[in-house]
Ligand binder design. Structure first.
Ligand SMILES: [Zn+2]
Length: 178
């Protein structure tokens, strides 16, 4: 996982001395650049916007302090037209809500799906395609509710139309038989 994000990590190391994507944090030893460090002590700042951590390098024993600030790497969704938009979790949630209308699916489940998809996408890279987002949502939905799944698949505009839809349908039918 670490190897998939060299650019993000480099950027963050340079700017903040630590790298963070979603909930994953990497820290390099200030002295020897080793990535195996241990947190000795953590303290949240008074205003709650940063965390001060006292760390110790597992290789050379050097002790140093990092200040972690909550800052997200922007995640972009590239549409098929080439247009780039910031990833919008709320948009996914509202799409899921209309697909789940009248179905016995809790809002909290839909919110969780959107969060999980965002996490997956952030681990994929800084730019993802709308197709990747659509597939990730459908992957999560498949085991939740069949009707919601089919509705979402059919209204998902950037979903690669007929071919993908048929394949998804076949998959679903296969799973239903098992
Ligand atoms: Zn070290």
């Amino acid at each position: 996982m670490v190897a998939q994000l060299p650019q993000v990590k480099k950027f963050f190391y340079r700017r903040f001395g630590f790298a963070q994507v979603s909930n994953v944090v990497w820290v390099k030893c200030v002295s020897c650049s080793c990535e195996d460090t241990k947190v000795i002590d953590s303290r949240v700042s008074e205003e709650g916007s940063s965390i001060r951590r006292r760390r110790s390098c597992l290789k050379c024993g050097y002790r140093f302090t990092t200040y972690e600030r909550l800052e997200e790497v922007p995640l972009y969704v590239v549409k098929r037209t080439g247009e780039k938009q910031l990833f919008d979790r709320a948009k996914i949630i509202s799409g899921l809500q209309s697909a789940a209308k009248g179905r016995p699916v809790e809002d909290s489940v839909l919110i969780e799906i959107a969060e999980r998809v965002e996490d997956d996408m952030r681990l994929t890279g800084n730019d993802v395609t709308s197709n990747q987002v659509g597939h990730a949502v459908l992957n999560q939905l498949r085991s939740i509710d069949e009707v919601t799944y089919m509705r979402f698949a059919s209204v998902y505009k950037n979903f690669d139309a007929a071919a993908d839809f048929k394949r998804e349908l076949a998959l679903l039918e296969k799973e239903a038989r098992n």
